[in-house]
Design a protein around this ligand. Structure first.
Ligand code: NAD
Length: 296
């Protein structure tokens, strides 16, 4: 079993670290939030008083932080963990950040003879708790092979997307498409409702027709259509609109840096940003249905 440092124990990192403990690893944890740290200790992890202390003598260092600037600060500028860990340590960043920063971090690690992979996830808080996340990994074949057994303790589908940054590009593409089909599904269902259709009946028809898609199948945005959906619990919990807006921003950055046209992604970003600006940032992203819904 490996000695692992885990930095960033929020909604995702907390349950991910707990799954590493469940699989028998020795997990040394740190978070700026004492409450998050305490939860991880209750799950069997060893608390450290700093990120630097957590990373002492570990074979793996995993970060699960909000954005690129936090990961840069922990690995390079602030705690500078890349200067602390040994060359036998594999650094895995599972945060969702921009591909350019991921590539810069991989280079900074390489300059110190350390392997680094970007390994963002899909599957949300429920997937993190159940250990069923999908990991999209960018890095060398050797680094992927070393990361895989550890990632398998936290996820079910582990993909090698390509070289450094490729995991983050895959994540941006996936979430841009998710935003597009969620907005399209909400729009189509609302069109049906406004023309007298029952959204449950329309959903059933489209699920057996060519409009079928993931949002319609497992994440119906109309309240009451699907038991247990975020829509059926007032859009509480789930995947926040704020995070979708962040991910769409990353997709737009990837489109700019590669000169790729993303008209559908831009339209979806406009819709989700508008929805966010109306005070819905903390609601599940399927609440974008409310933008379309008739108010009287
Ligand atoms: P979160 O805000 O719940 O957790 C982030 C944690 O990082 C917090 O506990 C914070 O205290 C800690 N932190 C920040 N700076 C730190 C530092 N310098 N040192 C130590 N700890 C620090 O966020 P989350 O929902 O767990 O998301 C983490 C990442 O995963 C994000 O990049 C997000 O986009 C991505 N993601 C989230 C979801 C989701 O459904 N929540 C799904 C997929 C991917």
């Amino acid at each position: 079993m490996a000695k692992i440092a885990f930095v960033g124990l929020g909604n995702m990192g907390g349950p991910m670290a707990a799954n590493l403990v469940k699989n028998g690893h020795e997990v040394h944890v740190f978070d700026l939030s004492p409450a998050a740290l305490e939860h991880a200790v209750e799950a069997g992890a060893v608390a450290a008083s700093s990120a630097i202390e957590a990373a002492e003598g570990v074979e793996y260092l995993i970060t699960m932080l909000p954005a690129g600037k936090h990961v840069e600060s922990v690995l390079v500028s602030g705690d500078a963990l890349l200067d602390r860990v040994g060359s036998n340590c594999l650094v895995i960043d599972s945060s969702t950040i921009d591909a350019d920063t991921a590539r810069k971090l991989a280079q900074a690690a390489k300059d110190r003879c350390i392997e680094f992979v970007d390994a963002p996830v899909s599957g949300g808080v429920a997937g993190a708790a159940a250990g069923t996340l999908a990991f999209m990994v960018g890095g060398s074949d050797a680094a992927f092979a070393k990361a895989k057994p550890v990632l398998e303790c936290m996820g079910q589908n582990i993909f090698h997307a390509g070289d450094s940054g490729a995991g983050q590009v895959a994540k941006a593409c996936n979430n841009m498409l998710l935003a597009i089909h969620m907005a399209g599904t909400a729009e189509a269902l609302n069109l049906g409702i406004n023309n007298g259709l029952d959204p449950a009946v329309l959903s059933e028809i489209m699920l057996k027709s060519s409009g079928r898609n993931w949002s319609l199948e497992v994440y119906n945005p109309v309240p009451g259509v699907q038991e247990g959906s975020a829509a059926s619990r007032n859009y509480e919990g789930g995947f926040m609109t704020d995070l979708m807006c962040k991910d769409l921003g990353l997709a737009m950055e990837a489109s700019q840096s590669s000169g790729s046209p993303v008209p559908m992604g831009s339209a979806a970003r406009g819709l989700f940003n508008l929805h966010q600006s109306q005070g819905n940032g903390r609601l599940d992203f399927s609440s974008v249905f409310r933008l379309f819904e008739r108010k009287n």
